[in-house]
Design a protein around this ligand. Structure first.
Ligand code: SF4
Ligand code: SF4
Length: 123
């Protein structure tokens, strides 16, 4: 679920508010997004992907909120990591978009199925 918007990084562009499919965010004072309806978050990471300022942190737990500390998240290097590894925006030429295409996961699943079939052809 979305846990954090780092105000110091946010440029108040409003993109995350627009792209959120679950209407989780509202524009607060000066345009800074506020987590208005966190319980509706689908952990889809769209807000993270579209935030060019790398100001949003979505925790991978989609069932419950997790306590996060702004300083820890900023120093951890996690901000912007999902965009980068998804080959999103300015990263398109440097990283394959495997998180969307699931290429590696499907290839490994296919290889595992082929190995299983080779060792147990009657299954
Ligand atoms: S997309 Fe990022 S920079 Fe733009 S309003 Fe949302 S948090 Fe701020
Ligand atoms: S993770 Fe998805 S549902 Fe949750 S706030 Fe971001 S865009 Fe909205």
């Amino acid at each position: 679920m979305i846990e954090l918007i780092v105000a110091d990084r946010c440029t108040n562009c409003g993109t995350c508010i627009e792209v959120c499919p679950a209407n989780v965010l509202d524009a607060g004072q000066g345009g800074l997004p506020i987590l208005a309806r966190v319980e509706d978050c689908q952990t889809c990471f769209m807000c993270e992907l579209y935030c060019q300022a790398d100001a949003i942190y979505v925790a991978p737990d989609c069932d419950r909120r997790v306590a996060v500390n702004t300083e820890e998240v900023v120093t951890s290097g996690r901000l912007g990591q999902y965009r980068k590894h998804s080959g999103w925006g300015e990263w398109a030429d440097r990283f394959p978009n495997e998180q969307w295409l699931m290429e590696t996961v499907f290839r490994r699943a296919g290889e595992a199925a082929a190995r299983r079939k080779a060792t147990s052809p009657d299954e």
